[in-house]
Design a binder for this molecule. Structure first.
Ligand SMILES: *Cc1c(COP(=O)(O)O)cnc(C)c1O
Ligand code: SF4
Length: 335
């Protein structure tokens, strides 16, 4: 007699997707049929910022193409080891605006809460690659001083969950956190800055939607998509789940040499975002972080590109071109 154990086919949970992410340059290059290319330097797993790429993101890369714009965002290149004047560990001087652990309060009316130090993907251009996360780790005990700070400042109307990536925290912890925030009378809006929904769209599951879409706060999800090829059917379905819960969905991108530095790809990005139900918010100039100078585009080129783009798109599809300048009261608009 043949007995068959019924093993129901299951899609992996987001935690399984996270733990199954590529953590080796060789494995990723093999998956992409690029083994033997000597583009990359081998960041070993003890590096403070090793390679990390979820499979669902790698599936959106073109196989056999070493210049794939998604691959370029996550592949540690030899160029990262170059030092370049002006490219420093903490370009935004965030360490100076850390009133209590976990809070960055630079702009009036809104504070950034470093909710979780971890990320689903390690973006090579990220200014947080050198951030002192040990002092900013998540969890209730760590969040309490931040909550007290927010409760004590009546001028704060919006709390931005950021990181690392806030969605790397557990939903029960995030439920607790949003409950606490919703109890603070002067807080109106909850904003989440996350790349999780893009690289692991299954992160937006029912437990996540229940805290995200379930509080009295107006809620905004700011995605981080740099290239139109990042938008696929899973991503569109994820955005639809957010919009079902009345969550406003915006996108911020970073202008990156070798990734999206053409008017055509930025135009396609805005079009694809809108078709997916997302409005473009910011297009950031690169922060001058050590190890990322190979992504840098001169401001004059960025402006020329942006002018071309503004001639091709309706105003509501044109992201604001901004730069984060330390000591300023808001992002700096480049026009
Ligand atoms: C970018 C940023 C914000 C958000 O700025 P908005 O213009 O409201 O999007 C808030 N706090 C810090 C520290 C920031 O860097
Ligand atoms: S903070 Fe955002 S940009 Fe930086 S590595 Fe994490 S996901 Fe990427």
């Amino acid at each position: 007699m043949i007995t068959q154990t019924a093993v129901p086919w299951q899609t992996p949970t987001w935690k399984e997707e996270l733990s199954g992410a590529f953590r080796s340059v060789d494995d990723l290059l093999q998956f992409l049929e690029l083994e033997g290319t000597d583009l990359a330097f081998q960041s070993d797993s003890t590096s403070p910022f090793p390679i990390r790429v979820p499979i669902s993101y790698a599936r959106r890369m073109r196989k056999g193409d070493p210049d794939d714009p998604l691959l370029r965002q996550v592949l540690p290149l030899q160029a990262e080891t170059l030092t370049f004047p002006g490219f420093v560990a903490d370009p935004l001087e965030e360490a100076r605006h850390n009133p209590v652990p976990g809070v960055v309060h630079k702009y009036e009316g809104r504070v950034l809460l470093i909710t979780s130090p971890a990320c689903a993907v390690h973006c090579r251009y990220c200014f947080r690659r050198h951030f002192p996360y040990e002092d900013n780790t998540g969890g209730k005990a760590h969040w309490q001083p931040a909550l007290d700070y927010i409760a004590g400042d009546l001028s704060v109307r919006e709390v931005i969950l950021s990181g690392g990536d806030p969605l790397a925290a557990n939903d029960n912890q995030l439920q607790w956190l949003t409950d606490q925030l919703a109890r603070i009378g002067h807080i109106r809006r909850l904003r989440v800055h996350s790349r999780f929904p893009v690289v692991i769209p299954s992160r937006i599951d029912d437990p996540c939607l229940s805290w995200l879409g379930g509080s009295r706060l107006d809620t905004i999800m700011v995605l981080h998509i740099n290239h139109p090829a990042e938008i696929d059917s899973n991503l569109r379905a994820m955005v639809a789940r957010l919009k079902d819960r009345n969550i406003t969905v915006l996108n911020q991108a970073v202008l990156l040499k070798g990734v999206n530095d053409s008017a055509e790809s930025l135009e396609l990005l805005s079009e694809a975002l809108f078709a997916a139900g997302v409005l473009p918010y910011y297009l950031h100039l690169l922060d001058p972080v050590a190890g990322a100078s190979h992504f840098d585009l001169p401001v004059s080129e960025a402006l020329a590109l942006y002018r071309t783009l503004s001639g091709r798109l309706p105003g509501y599809l044109l992201p604001k071109l901004v730069q984060d300048v330390p000591g300023k009261a808001s992002k700096t608009y480049i026009v």
